[in-house]
Design a protein around this ligand. Sequence first.
Ligand code: AHG
Ligand code: MN
Ligand code: MN
Length: 333
Amino acid sequence: MENTVNIKDYLLKEQQAGQDIDANLISLIEDVSAACKEIHTAINHGALYGVLGSAESENIQGETQKKLDVMSNEMFIRHTEKSGTLAGMASEEEEDVYSIPPQYKKGPYLMYFDPLDGSSNIDVNITVGSIFSIVRCPEGVTDPKLADYLIPGTEQICAGFCLYGPSTLMIITTGNGVQGFTLDPGSNEFKLTHKNMMIPEDTAEFAVNMSNQRFWEKPVQRYVQECIDGVTGARDKNFNMRWVASMVGEVYRILTRGGIFMYPFDTKDPAKAGKLRLMYEANPMSFIVEQAGGLSSTGRERIMELKPKEIHQRVPVILGSTNEVKRVDSYHQ
Ligand code: AHG
Ligand code: MN
Ligand code: MN
C-alpha cells in the first residue's frame, strides 16, 4: 500500500535490514518529529496564535531573535530532553551547550540543531525549517562539556531537516540514502512519500545571495559570472537563479531537481568565515546532500571533514549537484 510507512516503521525496517539503528536513536528521531509537528502547528496558525514578529532579544550570534526562534528552541528541548536518549545538545539559539537536567536520565547521543532556519522569512510567510544532526557522545563521557561536542561531520549517524512549506516534510538520512516523509494532516503522522532521493549530477540552476557579489573571492566571482553569461559565455549554456533565503528550502529544491547552493566565504565581515554555522547547518545538510549523491565543500575542503573549533563556528558552504560543485572547487585550486 502507498504512503503507509511512517518514520518509525521506516527506521525499524532499516534496523531489521542490519543498519546500526538502536531503540534510543528511533526514540530520539520520534521526539524530534514530535517537536517539528508542534513547530509546524505554531507556524501554520501564524498571526492567529500571535507567534509572528520579533522576540526583542539577541542570540549569541548577535542576531535579533524572532518569537518563533525562541519558541522552536524550547519545543526542541522540551521534546527531546526527557527520554534518556541524549547526553546533551547544542542549539543555534543557546550560547552554551545544553546539559540534560539532573532529574532526567542521560543517553548515548549528542544532538546539534537549528530550531528555525530561514527565520527572516517567517513574517513574510515563506518556507522555513528546522535542522538537526546526531552523533554518538564520546566513550566514557557522561557529562559532556563544550570540547566533547567538537566532532567532525563524518561522525554523524543521523541528520535531517523539517520543511514548513506548502507541505510539511521531514527529510532524514541515517547513512543509507535520503528519505522524505510528508506530514499527513489527517493522521498527524509523517508518511514516507519520497524514497531514496537523488540529486542529478548536472544542473542549470544556481542559488546565491547576489547582493554579496563584491565581497566574494575570485573563484566564486568567476563561477557565477559564467552562469550569468549563459550561452554567450564559457559555459555555453543558460542558467536560472533562485534564492529562497532559507537553506532548508534551497536544499530541498536541490534534492528534488538538482542545483548548486552557495553561501561562500566573503569579506563583508572579516571576523566571519562565512554565514552558515558548521555544527547545525552545514554538517547536517552536507550529510544529506552526500547521501543523495551530491557534494558539499567550502571550495577548498569537504565540509564534513573539518575539525570543529567552536560550537557556533561559521563556514563557507558550496553544495549540490556533483559536477557543479567540482567545478567551483577546481576554480579554487
Ligand atoms: P537562520 O535563520 O537560522 O539564522 O539561517 C538563515 C540562513 C540560511 O537559511 C539562509 O540560506 C541564509 O541565512 C540567508 O541569508 P541572507 O539573509 O544573507 O540571504
Ligand atoms: Mn539557519
Ligand atoms: Mn535558525
